[in-house]
Design a binder for this molecule. Structure first.
Ligand code: HEC
Length: 191
């Protein structure tokens, strides 16, 4: 529900932007009409045609955005290749503390345990929050000994790997390294 509300707000704002744009063009067309005033009727016809054309991209933009919001982590929001990349990054940057199995048992037995990054316990902790929030948290605080040391694309790859370990299905498109688009994808323990 949250995701579709966000979609509506996004669509609303883009449609509003379009409406403003169209209004500006109407003023422009009116100004031109005043200058060409009563010269030739074809000028008026052409102006009306140009104005009508400005409405078409608005409709297309609104459609694109509604198609772009997947909703939840169960909708095939990452690719297998992305999760495979994330696995390598995870092994180098996260596994030491969060463990090879992502269960919070560190690979080094002398280290203290950490929260799990997959499966039931992790999902309970993050239930209802978005992948945007997860990216923001991770980027700001992890790896705990060197926060912010990965690129956004690397953090997002690791998140794709975390989802794949939690048995979410892969899809055709990669998870984008774009916090605003990730804010539309909600973490849910159950489908
Ligand atoms: C040096 C050890 C260390 C490394 C390396 C590390 N983490 Fe952590 N991580 C922790 C600790 C400790 C916590 C718990 C922090 C807290 O509770 O305040 C944590 C918490 C988290 C959480 C929150 C889990 C929850 O249930 O709220 C996430 C997500 C996370 N880490 C992701 C990562 C990712 C992704 C990487 C690799 C890029 C990484 N961490 C690397 C030690 C580490």
């Amino acid at each position: 529900m949250e995701a579709s509300r966000t979609t509506r707000i996004l669509m609303g704002s883009s449609v509003r932007a379009c409406v403003l744009d169209v209004r500006a063009r109407v003023l422009d067309v009116r100004a031109r009409l005043v200058t060409v005033h009563a010269r030739r009727p074809t000028v008026l016809a052409r102006s009306i045609f140009v104005f009508a054309c400005t409405l078409v991209p608005c409709a297309v933009a609104a459609q694109d955005e509604s198609a772009a919001a997947p909703g939840s982590v169960w909708d095939g929001v990452f690719t297998e290749a992305q999760a495979a990349r994330g696995r390598l990054t995870y092994a180098g940057a996260c596994g030491l503390c969060h463990g090879r199995r992502l269960n919070g048992a560190p690979d080094d037995p002398d280290m203290v345990s950490t929260p799990p990054l997959a499966r039931a316990r992790f999902l309970r902790e993050w239930e209802g929050r978005s992948l945007g929030a997860l990216l923001a948290y991770t980027r700001l605080t992890m790896p705990e000994d060197n926060p912010g040391s990965l690129t956004d694309a690397e953090y997002v790859d690791v998140i794709a790997y975390m989802l794949s370990v939690s048995r979410m299905p892969a899809g055709d498109g990669e998870l984008p390294a774009d916090a605003r688009r990730l804010a539309d994808i909600v973490i849910q323990g159950e489908q």
